[in-house]
Write a protein that binds this ligand. Structure first.
Ligand code: PRP
Ligand code: URA
Length: 206
């Protein structure tokens, strides 16, 4: 299932990120804030369990999260979304998967992975600002599934139709969430209108 968010705050912040004159500082801050806004919606269906507590007034049965949440940023650019998510889900664990896209072939190459122990039982949220050809996301989803992850959501900022189709073909069980669905990819595999190279803009490497 694909969800494209239609929230004015997300649209406003994304428009700042798209602007080529936006500084690294503002780019990072807006990405962080959009991460929080998106995760608020994405976690709407998290399972709850009953817990018996005592308020200052009386005993009661209250609700707490029933499952661990594991956030999985796709390095590097996915790192920019982690703090916004863990601010709202401070108990979340963070796995890392390293994937970079070959600039010529656009094929994904994996170079790092590290997971918490309980990923098989957790709700797993894979994050990356850009879903272009989808190769990187498909590779990352392959990696987390090899670790046993079953309940998986893919959260990206800007996506293109090609990338969505690619993920849906290889991982039809994974729900995809976007802040915007853009027009197309250019001849270099960049999303248009997009926001340029997310990793370079987050880390100031260009
Ligand atoms: C970017 C982006 C995605 C990928 C999207 O990462 O953050 O991971 O490209 O493209 P795709 O859908 O065609 O695979 P990049 O490879 O530039 O690495 P970086 O995050 O380290 O900059
Ligand atoms: N990776 C990016 O960072 N931006 C794009 O538009 C496509 C891939």
């Amino acid at each position: 299932m694909l969800t494209v968010f239609d929230h004015p705050l997300i649209k406003h912040k994304l428009s700042i990120m798209r602007d080529k004159n936006t500084s690294t500082k503002d780019f990072r801050e807006n990405l962080d804030e959009i991460g929080s806004l998106m995760v608020y919606e994405i976690t709407r269906d998290l399972p709850l369990k009953d817990v018996d507590i005592e308020t200052p007034m009386c005993p009661m049965t209250a609700s707490r999260l029933a499952k661990d949440v594991v956030v999985v940023p796709i390095l590097r650019a996915g790192l920019g979304m982690v703090s916004g998510i863990t601010r709202l889900v401070p108990t979340a664990k963070v796995a890392h998967v390293g994937v970079f896209r070959d600039e010529e072939t656009l094929e994904p190459h994996t170079y790092f992975e590290k997971y918490p122990k309980n990923i098989a039982d957790a709700v797993t949220i894979v994050v990356d600002p850009m879903l272009a050809t989808g190769g990187s996301s498909v590779a990352a989803l392959d990696m987390v599934k090899k670790q046993g992850a079953k309940n998986i959501k893919l959260v990206c900022l800007v996506g293109a139709e090609d990338g969505i189709k690619n993920v849906e073909k290889h991982h039809p069980d994974v729900d995809i969430y976007l802040a915007a669905l853009d027009d197309c990819l250019n001849e270099n595999g960049y999303i248009v209108p997009g926001l340029g190279d997310a990793g370079d803009r987050i880390f100031g490497t260009k």
